[in-house]
Design a protein around this ligand. Structure first.
Ligand SMILES: [Mn+2]
Length: 362
Protein backbone atom coordinates (compact mmCIF):
# COMPACT_ATOMS: atom_id res chain seq x y z
CA UNK A 1 0.00 0.00 0.00
CA UNK A 2 1.27 3.42 -1.01
CA UNK A 3 1.71 5.57 2.09
CA UNK A 4 2.62 8.87 0.46
CA UNK A 5 0.43 11.83 1.32
CA UNK A 6 -2.15 12.49 -1.36
CA UNK A 7 -2.67 16.25 -1.45
CA UNK A 8 -4.83 18.08 -3.96
CA UNK A 9 -4.44 21.74 -4.79
CA UNK A 10 -7.76 23.41 -5.44
CA UNK A 11 -8.18 26.70 -7.30
CA UNK A 12 -11.05 28.50 -5.72
CA UNK A 13 -13.14 31.27 -7.11
CA UNK A 14 -12.80 33.86 -4.32
CA UNK A 15 -16.48 34.75 -4.59
CA UNK A 16 -17.50 31.27 -3.50
CA UNK A 17 -18.44 30.57 0.07
CA UNK A 18 -16.53 27.65 1.60
CA UNK A 19 -18.42 25.24 3.85
CA UNK A 20 -16.24 22.81 5.83
CA UNK A 21 -17.77 19.91 7.78
CA UNK A 22 -15.85 17.15 9.56
CA UNK A 23 -16.55 13.90 11.36
CA UNK A 24 -20.00 13.11 9.96
CA UNK A 25 -19.54 9.52 11.21
CA UNK A 26 -22.41 7.97 9.29
CA UNK A 27 -25.07 10.41 10.51
CA UNK A 28 -26.72 11.01 7.16
CA UNK A 29 -29.80 12.78 8.52
CA UNK A 30 -27.73 15.25 10.52
CA UNK A 31 -25.52 16.03 7.51
CA UNK A 32 -28.62 16.77 5.44
CA UNK A 33 -30.06 18.98 8.19
CA UNK A 34 -26.80 20.91 8.43
CA UNK A 35 -26.59 21.44 4.66
CA UNK A 36 -30.15 22.75 4.76
CA UNK A 37 -29.40 25.01 7.71
CA UNK A 38 -26.44 26.65 5.96
CA UNK A 39 -28.46 26.71 2.70
CA UNK A 40 -25.81 24.86 0.73
CA UNK A 41 -26.00 25.80 -2.95
CA UNK A 42 -23.72 23.69 -5.18
CA UNK A 43 -23.62 26.45 -7.80
CA UNK A 44 -22.42 29.12 -5.34
CA UNK A 45 -20.58 27.26 -2.57
CA UNK A 46 -17.66 24.88 -2.18
CA UNK A 47 -18.30 22.04 0.23
CA UNK A 48 -15.37 20.34 1.95
CA UNK A 49 -15.89 17.21 4.02
CA UNK A 50 -12.87 16.71 6.24
CA UNK A 51 -12.93 12.96 6.81
CA UNK A 52 -14.40 10.45 9.22
CA UNK A 53 -17.31 10.42 6.82
CA UNK A 54 -18.33 7.02 8.14
CA UNK A 55 -18.06 4.66 11.15
CA UNK A 56 -19.54 4.87 14.66
CA UNK A 57 -22.85 6.24 13.35
CA UNK A 58 -26.17 4.70 12.36
CA UNK A 59 -26.31 4.91 8.54
CA UNK A 60 -22.84 4.55 7.09
CA UNK A 61 -23.73 3.18 3.67
CA UNK A 62 -26.44 5.77 3.13
CA UNK A 63 -24.09 8.56 4.27
CA UNK A 64 -21.45 7.39 1.83
CA UNK A 65 -24.04 7.42 -0.96
CA UNK A 66 -25.12 10.94 -0.04
CA UNK A 67 -21.52 12.16 0.00
CA UNK A 68 -20.68 10.51 -3.31
CA UNK A 69 -23.73 12.19 -4.85
CA UNK A 70 -22.70 15.58 -3.46
CA UNK A 71 -19.19 15.13 -4.86
CA UNK A 72 -20.55 13.98 -8.24
CA UNK A 73 -22.61 17.21 -8.47
CA UNK A 74 -19.37 19.16 -8.42
CA UNK A 75 -18.03 21.73 -5.95
CA UNK A 76 -18.03 19.20 -3.12
CA UNK A 77 -14.83 17.45 -2.09
CA UNK A 78 -14.22 14.80 0.54
CA UNK A 79 -11.05 13.98 2.43
CA UNK A 80 -10.06 10.76 4.14
CA UNK A 81 -10.15 10.46 7.93
CA UNK A 82 -8.70 7.71 10.10
CA UNK A 83 -12.09 6.02 10.47
CA UNK A 84 -12.54 5.88 6.69
CA UNK A 85 -9.36 3.82 6.61
CA UNK A 86 -11.44 0.63 7.01
CA UNK A 87 -12.12 0.83 3.26
CA UNK A 88 -8.39 0.92 2.56
CA UNK A 89 -7.98 -2.14 4.80
CA UNK A 90 -10.38 -4.08 2.56
CA UNK A 91 -9.18 -2.79 -0.82
CA UNK A 92 -5.50 -3.44 0.00
CA UNK A 93 -6.09 -6.42 2.33
CA UNK A 94 -4.04 -4.46 4.80
CA UNK A 95 -3.78 -5.30 8.52
CA UNK A 96 -6.81 -7.61 8.39
CA UNK A 97 -6.28 -9.13 11.84
CA UNK A 98 -6.38 -5.68 13.38
CA UNK A 99 -9.42 -4.77 11.28
CA UNK A 100 -11.22 -7.85 12.57
CA UNK A 101 -10.52 -6.80 16.17
CA UNK A 102 -11.87 -3.32 15.46
CA UNK A 103 -15.03 -4.71 13.84
CA UNK A 104 -15.66 -7.13 16.70
CA UNK A 105 -15.95 -4.19 19.10
CA UNK A 106 -17.36 -1.57 16.70
CA UNK A 107 -20.81 -2.65 15.60
CA UNK A 108 -21.63 0.62 13.84
CA UNK A 109 -19.48 0.23 10.76
CA UNK A 110 -19.83 0.57 7.01
CA UNK A 111 -18.34 -2.91 6.69
CA UNK A 112 -20.97 -4.51 8.95
CA UNK A 113 -23.67 -2.80 6.89
CA UNK A 114 -22.13 -3.99 3.63
CA UNK A 115 -21.75 -7.53 4.97
CA UNK A 116 -25.38 -7.56 6.12
CA UNK A 117 -26.54 -6.53 2.62
CA UNK A 118 -24.94 -9.71 1.27
CA UNK A 119 -26.22 -11.80 4.21
CA UNK A 120 -22.91 -12.13 5.97
CA UNK A 121 -21.80 -11.26 9.47
CA UNK A 122 -18.38 -10.25 10.71
CA UNK A 123 -17.22 -11.82 13.98
CA UNK A 124 -14.21 -13.52 15.55
CA UNK A 125 -14.64 -16.53 13.22
CA UNK A 126 -14.74 -14.54 9.98
CA UNK A 127 -12.23 -15.46 7.30
CA UNK A 128 -11.05 -11.94 6.48
CA UNK A 129 -9.60 -12.79 3.05
CA UNK A 130 -12.94 -14.28 2.07
CA UNK A 131 -14.71 -11.20 3.46
CA UNK A 132 -12.51 -8.97 1.27
CA UNK A 133 -13.46 -11.08 -1.77
CA UNK A 134 -17.16 -10.86 -0.96
CA UNK A 135 -17.18 -7.11 -0.19
CA UNK A 136 -15.11 -6.27 -3.27
CA UNK A 137 -17.46 -8.35 -5.44
CA UNK A 138 -20.48 -6.30 -4.31
CA UNK A 139 -19.13 -2.91 -3.17
CA UNK A 140 -15.96 -2.33 -5.12
CA UNK A 141 -17.17 1.10 -6.36
CA UNK A 142 -17.85 2.38 -2.86
CA UNK A 143 -14.69 0.94 -1.29
CA UNK A 144 -12.42 2.14 -4.09
CA UNK A 145 -14.00 5.58 -4.00
CA UNK A 146 -13.09 5.99 -0.33
CA UNK A 147 -9.67 4.42 -0.91
CA UNK A 148 -8.91 7.04 -3.58
CA UNK A 149 -9.80 10.06 -1.43
CA UNK A 150 -7.03 12.61 -0.88
CA UNK A 151 -5.83 13.27 2.66
CA UNK A 152 -5.26 16.97 2.09
CA UNK A 153 -6.97 19.64 0.00
CA UNK A 154 -5.34 23.02 -0.07
CA UNK A 155 -5.83 26.39 -1.69
CA UNK A 156 -3.72 29.55 -1.72
CA UNK A 157 -5.13 30.52 1.65
CA UNK A 158 -6.37 27.34 3.36
CA UNK A 159 -5.25 23.79 4.11
CA UNK A 160 -7.92 21.22 4.88
CA UNK A 161 -6.87 17.97 6.56
CA UNK A 162 -8.54 15.50 8.91
CA UNK A 163 -6.20 15.64 11.93
CA UNK A 164 -3.17 17.85 11.27
CA UNK A 165 0.12 18.53 9.53
CA UNK A 166 3.60 19.13 10.83
CA UNK A 167 4.67 21.55 8.15
CA UNK A 168 2.85 23.73 5.74
CA UNK A 169 5.04 23.16 2.69
CA UNK A 170 5.82 19.49 3.20
CA UNK A 171 2.90 17.40 4.31
CA UNK A 172 5.01 14.43 5.39
CA UNK A 173 5.80 10.99 3.99
CA UNK A 174 3.14 8.85 5.64
CA UNK A 175 -0.49 9.80 5.23
CA UNK A 176 -1.44 7.99 8.43
CA UNK A 177 0.20 10.87 10.32
CA UNK A 178 -2.08 13.50 8.84
CA UNK A 179 -5.10 11.32 9.67
CA UNK A 180 -4.19 10.83 13.33
CA UNK A 181 -2.12 13.83 14.50
CA UNK A 182 -2.99 13.91 18.23
CA UNK A 183 -4.18 17.17 19.84
CA UNK A 184 -3.14 19.21 16.82
CA UNK A 185 -4.34 22.53 18.25
CA UNK A 186 -2.13 22.05 21.34
CA UNK A 187 1.03 20.78 19.71
CA UNK A 188 1.10 22.40 16.27
CA UNK A 189 3.25 25.38 15.37
CA UNK A 190 1.76 28.57 13.90
CA UNK A 191 1.03 28.49 10.18
CA UNK A 192 0.85 31.10 7.44
CA UNK A 193 -2.19 29.63 5.72
CA UNK A 194 -5.18 28.68 7.87
CA UNK A 195 -5.27 24.95 8.61
CA UNK A 196 -8.77 23.57 9.12
CA UNK A 197 -9.07 20.20 10.89
CA UNK A 198 -11.53 17.79 12.49
CA UNK A 199 -10.66 14.55 14.31
CA UNK A 200 -10.25 15.80 17.88
CA UNK A 201 -13.49 16.83 19.60
CA UNK A 202 -13.11 20.54 20.35
CA UNK A 203 -14.27 19.97 23.93
CA UNK A 204 -10.92 18.26 24.52
CA UNK A 205 -9.36 21.72 24.30
CA UNK A 206 -11.70 23.22 26.91
CA UNK A 207 -10.81 23.60 30.58
CA UNK A 208 -13.26 25.80 32.46
CA UNK A 209 -16.39 25.40 30.33
CA UNK A 210 -17.01 22.84 27.59
CA UNK A 211 -18.12 24.24 24.26
CA UNK A 212 -18.74 22.21 21.09
CA UNK A 213 -18.53 25.07 18.61
CA UNK A 214 -15.47 25.36 16.32
CA UNK A 215 -12.34 26.85 17.86
CA UNK A 216 -10.71 29.56 15.75
CA UNK A 217 -7.10 30.14 16.78
CA UNK A 218 -6.11 33.39 15.08
CA UNK A 219 -2.56 33.24 16.41
CA UNK A 220 -1.70 29.75 15.14
CA UNK A 221 -4.02 29.99 12.13
CA UNK A 222 -5.73 26.74 13.09
CA UNK A 223 -9.46 26.09 13.10
CA UNK A 224 -10.61 22.94 14.85
CA UNK A 225 -14.18 22.01 13.97
CA UNK A 226 -15.02 18.51 15.24
CA UNK A 227 -18.07 18.99 17.47
CA UNK A 228 -17.91 15.35 18.70
CA UNK A 229 -20.92 14.28 16.64
CA UNK A 230 -21.61 10.55 17.35
CA UNK A 231 -18.68 10.47 19.80
CA UNK A 232 -20.18 12.28 22.78
CA UNK A 233 -23.82 12.52 23.74
CA UNK A 234 -23.65 16.31 23.90
CA UNK A 235 -21.84 16.42 20.56
CA UNK A 236 -22.92 18.27 17.42
CA UNK A 237 -22.11 18.49 13.74
CA UNK A 238 -20.46 21.82 12.91
CA UNK A 239 -20.13 23.64 9.61
CA UNK A 240 -17.40 26.24 9.34
CA UNK A 241 -18.34 28.93 6.84
CA UNK A 242 -15.68 31.01 5.11
CA UNK A 243 -16.89 34.00 3.17
CA UNK A 244 -14.54 36.79 2.04
CA UNK A 245 -11.96 35.31 4.44
CA UNK A 246 -14.32 35.80 7.36
CA UNK A 247 -15.26 32.84 9.54
CA UNK A 248 -18.60 31.89 11.03
CA UNK A 249 -20.30 28.62 11.86
CA UNK A 250 -23.57 26.77 12.25
CA UNK A 251 -24.30 23.50 13.99
CA UNK A 252 -26.96 20.84 14.44
CA UNK A 253 -27.40 17.97 16.89
CA UNK A 254 -29.89 15.21 17.67
CA UNK A 255 -30.74 16.42 21.18
CA UNK A 256 -34.34 17.20 22.17
CA UNK A 257 -35.22 20.79 23.04
CA UNK A 258 -36.81 21.71 26.36
CA UNK A 259 -38.24 25.01 27.53
CA UNK A 260 -36.88 26.84 30.57
CA UNK A 261 -39.39 27.58 33.35
CA UNK A 262 -37.72 30.46 35.14
CA UNK A 263 -34.76 32.82 35.16
CA UNK A 264 -31.62 31.47 36.77
CA UNK A 265 -28.95 34.11 37.38
CA UNK A 266 -25.31 33.44 36.49
CA UNK A 267 -23.48 32.23 39.56
CA UNK A 268 -20.14 33.56 40.58
CA UNK A 269 -18.14 30.39 40.33
CA UNK A 270 -14.94 28.93 39.03
CA UNK A 271 -16.15 26.14 36.75
CA UNK A 272 -14.14 23.15 35.64
CA UNK A 273 -14.52 20.83 32.67
CA UNK A 274 -12.66 17.52 32.81
CA UNK A 275 -11.18 16.42 29.48
CA UNK A 276 -10.11 12.92 28.54
CA UNK A 277 -6.46 13.95 28.75
CA UNK A 278 -6.67 15.15 32.34
CA UNK A 279 -9.46 12.98 33.61
CA UNK A 280 -7.97 11.26 36.63
CA UNK A 281 -9.68 11.77 39.99
CA UNK A 282 -9.20 10.36 43.47
CA UNK A 283 -12.35 9.35 45.31
CA UNK A 284 -12.46 11.01 48.74
CA UNK A 285 -15.94 10.21 50.03
CA UNK A 286 -18.29 7.55 48.72
CA UNK A 287 -21.97 8.40 48.31
CA UNK A 288 -25.02 6.53 47.10
CA UNK A 289 -25.35 8.45 43.80
CA UNK A 290 -22.21 10.54 43.66
CA UNK A 291 -18.77 10.55 45.19
CA UNK A 292 -16.71 13.44 46.43
CA UNK A 293 -13.62 13.49 44.24
CA UNK A 294 -10.33 15.28 43.94
CA UNK A 295 -9.49 16.14 40.32
CA UNK A 296 -5.75 15.56 40.23
CA UNK A 297 -4.61 17.99 37.55
CA UNK A 298 -6.63 20.97 38.85
CA UNK A 299 -6.53 20.12 42.58
CA UNK A 300 -10.27 20.88 42.76
CA UNK A 301 -12.76 18.93 44.87
CA UNK A 302 -16.25 18.20 43.62
CA UNK A 303 -19.13 15.75 43.86
CA UNK A 304 -19.32 13.61 40.72
CA UNK A 305 -22.31 11.49 39.72
CA UNK A 306 -21.46 7.78 39.40
CA UNK A 307 -22.52 7.90 35.73
CA UNK A 308 -19.39 9.95 35.02
CA UNK A 309 -16.94 7.81 36.98
CA UNK A 310 -15.17 4.86 35.42
CA UNK A 311 -12.00 2.95 36.12
CA UNK A 312 -9.15 2.77 33.63
CA UNK A 313 -6.00 0.80 34.45
CA UNK A 314 -6.82 0.95 38.16
CA UNK A 315 -7.36 4.74 38.17
CA UNK A 316 -10.67 6.58 38.43
CA UNK A 317 -11.53 8.85 35.53
CA UNK A 318 -14.27 11.44 35.13
CA UNK A 319 -13.89 12.65 31.56
CA UNK A 320 -16.56 14.98 30.19
CA UNK A 321 -17.73 15.98 33.67
CA UNK A 322 -18.49 19.67 34.07
CA UNK A 323 -19.22 21.72 37.18
CA UNK A 324 -20.64 24.64 35.19
CA UNK A 325 -24.11 25.78 36.19
CA UNK A 326 -25.90 27.30 33.23
CA UNK A 327 -27.58 30.69 33.59
CA UNK A 328 -31.09 30.50 32.17
CA UNK A 329 -33.83 32.75 30.87
CA UNK A 330 -37.45 31.95 31.32
CA UNK A 331 -39.04 30.73 28.07
CA UNK A 332 -35.85 29.97 26.20
CA UNK A 333 -35.17 26.58 24.61
CA UNK A 334 -32.16 24.50 25.58
CA UNK A 335 -30.96 21.07 24.44
CA UNK A 336 -31.38 18.23 26.90
CA UNK A 337 -28.32 15.99 27.10
CA UNK A 338 -29.31 13.74 30.00
CA UNK A 339 -31.02 13.72 33.38
CA UNK A 340 -29.47 12.74 36.69
CA UNK A 341 -31.50 12.70 39.88
CA UNK A 342 -32.50 16.35 40.53
CA UNK A 343 -30.27 17.80 37.84
CA UNK A 344 -30.14 17.81 34.07
CA UNK A 345 -27.17 18.23 31.81
CA UNK A 346 -28.11 20.70 29.10
CA UNK A 347 -26.49 22.49 26.18
CA UNK A 348 -27.07 26.06 25.13
CA UNK A 349 -25.22 27.82 22.30
CA UNK A 350 -22.79 24.91 22.15
CA UNK A 351 -21.99 25.15 25.88
CA UNK A 352 -22.49 22.29 28.33
CA UNK A 353 -23.83 22.92 31.82
CA UNK A 354 -26.16 21.89 34.59
CA UNK A 355 -29.70 22.98 35.32
CA UNK A 356 -32.14 21.98 38.06
CA UNK A 357 -34.71 19.65 36.56
CA UNK A 358 -37.36 21.72 38.32
CA UNK A 359 -36.28 24.72 36.23
CA UNK A 360 -37.04 22.89 32.96
CA UNK A 361 -40.38 21.90 31.41
CA UNK A 362 -39.65 18.16 31.37
MN1 LIG B 1 -10.85 10.98 13.27
Amino acid sequence: MDRSVHARKLRLDASRRIIAISDIHGNDALLKRLLQKVDYQPQNDVLLLLGDLIEKGPHNLQTLQTIRQLCAQGNAHALMGNCDFVCKNIVHRYNLDFLKKVLCTRKASLLHEMAARIHQTIDADTDMEQLCDALMASFSDELRWVDALPQIIHTDRYIFVHAGIKEEEHFGDDFREVLTYPHFLLHAPAFTRYVIVGHMPVSEYCHAIACFHPIIDERKHIISIDGANMIKKAGQLNALLIEDDRFSYESVDDLPLVRVRCDVAPRNQDPLFITWRESEVRILTRGTQRDECLHLSSGKRMWIDHAFLHERDGHWQADDFTTYQMPLQRGELVSLVSCYDRFALIKKAGILGWAHRAHLCL
